[in-house]
Design a protein around this ligand. Structure first.
Ligand code: ARG
Length: 456
């Protein structure tokens, strides 16, 4: 099999060497981007009078045929042709004859592959942003139904203060909002064309880079041809942004796993998003949430892998950079899959409001209310904290909760306490009164939901 670059070689590489060097096993995923890039390039070559019209027409026709075959999954790639670029070029020449060999005029695989990656990521990042938004909608829909569902709020995974369950869900909405913003902001660094940078130094042909960029819908062109073919920052940035999304999903997954355990029973996952055990008939496992938590590791790994690959590379293109692809493909797929699963899981889960309510009545998460109550009546907060702490201890000794204490017991701790304390200690009232901006009070949560819906 003769190589497209075989001229200066006296013998061909052995198959196992070809196999080691080939990227076609994974970069075939760039087939559409590569053809789109070639179409723009050849149109530009025609516009600039670098190729005669008839050649341009023939090449465009061949490229369109290849596009159609690619769409129908009819292309058969070969390892001997190394990568997607050489495979397609070879196919073009086979299809339309030697004129196909004019496509690569004024271009190198170095600017070609970079162009493909920019095109690929631009579309996938937009897709990911849309998936995030769909997930955010599911969160808002669930949250709207649970503004007045009271749940225990935690710090240190210890009961802390009661909260609105909607408030808890909406915390994830805002994390995802930042993720979505970060990805959107990164688009301006993805939406930039390396095409026409050549191998590293530009070209002697009178090309028009802006025209080609325009055909591809790129906002900008790289200002420096060496930077254009060396830059993989936009992929690192994507992997970093993806890592943050996964970290958020993983934290949420952990809560889903806890909440659906026998110990919590705050939620039940829909059967469609859970699995059973091959030996224990009673089991309903939150596998999907666990898997998302698990997959977070591979996305972080992809980020570190690329950072490490790039570290110490001299300008400009080095074959090491072929290693930029698998991690990127894998991350796109992992992210889209995880977001889709999570959306379905949250949309269909059952929230056990009775269990949540029971939980907040069986803890001391209203202790801050009592301390605040005493402070409002003039007692220094530090002292109020101490008095309340002693009452909590008394309750623990008796196996009761603050609301079970008699007015006599309460007054013995402080004569500032009156009957109205019982209203203050109710978890519902405790949540309702936390009406500071961004707090868990119902009015604040409703305000937050309005803001969120306006964003969507
Ligand atoms: N398959 C290569 C890659 O993905 C394409 C660029 C090859 N360029 C070169 N000068 N060998 O990086």
């Amino acid at each position: 099999m003769t190589k497209l670059w075989g001229g200066r070689f006296q013998k061909s590489a052995e198959q196992w060497v070809d196999e080691f060097g080939a990227s076609i096993g994974f970069d075939h995923q760039l087939v559409m981007e590569d053809l789109t890039g070639s179409i723009a390039h050849v149109r530009m070559l025609g516009d600039c009078g670098i190729l005669p019209k008839a050649d341009v027409v023939a090449i465009l026709d061949g490229l369109e045929q290849l596009k159609e075959k690619a769409a129908n999954d009819e292309l058969v790639f070969e390892i001997a042709n190394e990568d997607i670029h050489l495979n397609l070029e070879k196919m073009l020449i086979e299809l339309i004859g030697p004129v196909g060999g004019k496509l690569h005029t004024g271009r190198s695989r170095n600017d070609q592959v970079a162009t493909d990656m920019h095109l690929f990521l631009k579309n996938r990042v937009k897709e990911i942003i849309n998936s995030i938004k769909t997930f955010q909608k599911a969160l808002v829909t669930q949250a709207e139904q649970h503004v007045e569902t009271i749940a225990p709020g935690y710090t240190h995974l210890q009961r802390a203060q009661p909260i609105s369950f909607a408030h808890h869900l909406m915390a994830y909405f805002w994390m995802l909002e930042r993720d979505q913003q970060r990805l959107s902001e990164s688009l301006k660094r993805i939406d930039i064309s390396p095409l026409g940078a050549g191998a590293l130094a530009g070209t002697t042909f009178p090309i028009d880079r802006k025209k080609a960029a325009n055909y591809l819908g790129f906002e900008q062109v790289y200002a420096n041809s060496m930077d254009a073919v060396s830059d993989r920052d936009f992929i690192v940035e994507f992997l970093g942004n993806a890592s943050l999304v996964m970290m958020h999903l993983s934290r949420f997954a952990e809560e889903i796993i806890l909440w659906s355990s026998q110990e919590f029973q705050f939620i039940e996952l829909d059967d469609a998003f859970a699995t059973g055990s091959s030996i224990m008939p009673q089991k309903k496992n939150p596998d999907m949430a666990e898997l998302i938590r698990g997959k977070t590791g591979r996305v972080y790994g992809n980020l570190f892998s690329l950072l490490t690959t790039l570290k110490g590379l001299p300008l400009t293109y080095n074959k090491d950079m072929q290693e930029d692809k698998e991690g990127m493909f894998d991350t796109v797929q992992t992210l889209l899959g995880s977001l889709k699963i999570f959306e379905g899981m949250v949309r269909t889960m059952t929230i056990h409001t009775d269990r949540l309510n029971e939980a907040v009545h069986q803890d001391f998460s209203n202790a801050t209310e009592l301390a605040d109550y005493l402070a409002t009546k003039g007692m220094p907060f530090r002292e109020a904290h101490d008095v309340t702490g002693k009452l909590v201890f008394l309750c623990i000794q008796r196996g009761i909760y603050l609301l079970d204490l008699s007015i006599g017991d309460l007054k013995a701790a402080s004569d500032l306490i009156d009957e109205d304390v019982y209203d203050v200690l109710s978890p519902f009232a405790a949540v309702k009164r936390r009406n500071s901006l961004g707090g868990t009070g119902f009015d604040q949560v409703r305000l937050q939901l309005e803001k969120a819906k306006a964003l969507l």
